[in-house]
Design a protein around this ligand. Structure first.
Ligand code: B12
Length: 211
C-alpha cells in the first residue's frame, strides 16, 4: 500500500512532520492501525538499525528515525488496542550504578521498542536495589537489560546479576548485558543469559527468549 511505503520512507529519511501527517492520512484511508505499525513504521526502524549495524548509518540518523517513530506513535496510539495486547514482552533497562553513559542504552531502548517490546527505562546510575524495585512494580517483565561503559562499574554489573538471580527463584527472568566494557566472556562469567555487541542484535536475541 502506497501510504505505508511513504510512512516507512519518512521515518528512514528522518522527516517526523511528514510521518505524523502520513499516519493521519493512513488512518483516514481506513488502513488498520496495526498494519500502519507493523508494515510501515517497524520495517523503517529495522532498516535503519540494519544500516547502523553495517556502518551505513550513524547515530544522528537513528535518533531522527526514532523521532519520526515517536511522532507517528503519538498519532497512532489512541487507535491501537488495549495496552496489554500491544507488546510482545516487557523489558527493564538501565545503566549500572556509577556509570552515566546513556547513548548506547537509549539505542537499545529504541530498538526494543521498535521490535514491539514495552521498555521501562530506569535511566543511568542504577543499583541492584533499583532494578529489584522496578521488577517488583512490573511483575510481567521477562527481560532485564543492563548497560555498562566503564570497567570500574563492572563489579556493579556482577552484583546486579547476582541480586536478580537471587530474587528470581523460578528462573523466569532473562538477563542481558552489554555496553563498551562488556564482553561475551564477562557475560558468561557473571551468569547473564545474553550479550550482544550492538542494539540491533540485542532486540533480535531478546525475541528468541520469548519463544
Ligand atoms: C560519550 C562519552 C562520554 C559522555 C557520556 C554522555 C552520555 N550521555 O552518554 C561523557 C562526556 C559524560 C563521558 C563521561 C565519562 N567517560 Co566516557 N565516553 C564517551 C564515549 C566517547 C562514547 C560512548 C558512546 O556513547 N558510544 C556510542 C554508543 C552507541 O555505544 P555503546 O554505549 O557501546 O552502546 C552500543 C553497544 O555497546 C550496545 N549496548 C549498550 N548497552 C547495552 C546493553 C545491553 C543489554 C546490550 C545487549 C547491548 C548494549 O548497543 C549500543 C548500540 O549498538 C566513550 C568512548 C567510546 N568510543 O566508546 C567514552 C568512554 C566510555 N568514557 C570513558 C571514561 C573513562 C569516562 C569518564 C570516567 C571520564 C572522566 N574522567 O570523567 C566519565 C565517566 C562519567 C560516569 N560516571 O559515567 C572511557 C571508559 C574506559 C573504561 N573502559 O572504563 C571511554 C571508553 C573513553 C576512553 N577510551 O577512555 N563519556
Amino acid at each position: 500500500m502506497a501510504v505505508l511505503e511513504e510512512i516507512r520512507l519518512s521515518i528512514e529519511h528522518g522527516r517526523p512532520k511528514d510521518t505524523e501527517k502520513l499516519v493521519r492520512r493512513a488512518l483516514e484511508e481506513k488502513v488498520p492501525p496495526e498494519d500502519i505499525l507493523e508494515h510501515g513504521m517497524i520495517p523503517a526502524m529495522r532498516n535503519v538499525g540494519e544500516a547502523y549495524k553495517n556502518y551505513t548509518a550513524d547515530i544522528p540518523r537513528i535518533l531522527s528515525a526514532a523521532r519520526g517513530m515517536r511522532k507517528g506513535m503519538d498519532v497512532l496510539e489512541p487507535f491501537l488496542g488495549p495496552e496489554e495486547n500491544r507488546y510482545i514482552g516487557t523489558v527493564i533497562l538501565g545503566t549500572v550504578a556509577g556509570d552515566l553513559h546513556d547513548v548506547g542504552k537509549n539505542l537499545v531502548a529504541i530498538m526494543f521498542r521498535s521490535a514491539g517490546f514495552k521498555v521501562i527505562d530506569l535511566g543511568v546510575d542504577i543499583s541492584d536495589r533499583q532494578f529489584l524495585k522496578a521488577l517488583k512494580e512490573n511483575p510481567e517483565t521477562s527481560i532485564v537489560c543492563i548497560s555498562s561503559l566503564l570497567t570500574t562499574s563492572m563489579p556493579e554489573m556482577r552484583q546486579i546479576v547476582k541480586s536478580l538471580h537471587k530474587s528470581d527463584k523460578e528462573h523466569r527472568l532473562k538477563i542481558m548485558v552489554g555496553g563498551g566494557s562488556v564482553t561475551q566472556e564477562f557475560a558468561d562469567e557473571i551468569g547473564a543469559d545474553g550479550y550482544t555487541e550492538n542494539a540491533v542484535d540485542a532486540a533480535e536475541l531478546a525475541k528468541t527468549f520469548l519463544i
